[in-house]
Design a protein around this ligand. Structure first.
Ligand SMILES: [Zn+2]
Length: 164
C-alpha cells in the first residue's frame, strides 16, 4: 500500500480518457492567472475557462513574486498570454495573521523553531494588489499590449471584484 495509491488509481481513469493529448501547452484563451494556493479557489471555473485555457501560478497570498514574474514573462512571450489577472481573496490566511502568529502556529505544529521561516504576509490586500499589478505593468519584459488587472475574489460568494 502506497501513500498515493488512491490518487494513482484515479489517474489511471483520467489517462484512459485523456483529452489534452498532442496539445502544445500555450494558454488557449490567452489568459494567465496569479492567485493563492487556497483550496476554496477554482481559478479556471471562476472565469468560465477549461484546462488548456490559462497559465496558472499559485502561492500563499497570490502575490507577484520573482517566480510569478518569471512565469508571466514566459507566458507573455512564449505561451500566448495576452491578459493577466492577479487574484488575492477574502479571508486569506496570509492577510489575517501576522508573520509571528503564523510562525508560532508552525512552530507548535512542528515542534521546531520556525522563527527563521520567510512568510509573505499581507497587511493591506488592496495596497499589495495595487503594487503587484504595477510591478507587472511596469516590467520591461511585459509588453504594453498585455492587459493586466487586479481582482479580489470573494470565497463566500464566488464573485470577482476588479480593484486595479
Ligand atoms: Zn489565501
Amino acid at each position: 500500500m502506497g501513500d498515493f495509491d488512491d490518487l494513482l488509481s484515479a489517474n489511471a481513469d483520467y489517462a484512459a480518457d485523456f483529452q489534452l493529448k498532442g496539445f502544445d501547452g500555450v494558454a488557449r484563451a490567452g489568459v494567465a492567472i496569479v492567485t493563492c494556493m487556497d483550496s476554496r479557489i477554482d481559478p479556471l471555473g471562476m472565469l468560465g475557462l477549461k484546462p488548456g485555457d490559462a497559465k496558472i501560478f499559485r502561492n500563499p497570498g497570490g502575490r507577484v513574486t520573482v517566480a510569478a514574474m518569471e512565469a508571466l514573462v514566459l507566458g507573455a512571450h512564449l505561451l500566448n498570454v495576452q491578459r493577466i489577472l492577479v487574484i488575492p481573496h477574502t479571508r486569506c490566511a496570509m492577510a489575517s495573521n501576522s508573520e509571528s502568529e503564523l510562525r508560532a502556529r508552525i512552530g507548535e505544529s512542528s515542534g521546531q523553531d520556525a522563527s527563521w521561516l520567510p512568510l509573505s504576509v499581507v497587511d493591506d490586500q488592496v495596497r499589495a494588489l495595487t503594487e503587484d499589478v504595477a510591478k507587472v505593468r511596469s516590467h520591461p519584459l511585459i509588453p504594453d499590449t498585455v492587459a493586466v488587472g487586479g481582482f479580489m475574489y470573494d470565497v463566500d460568494s464566488g464573485r470577482l471584484d476588479q480593484k486595479v
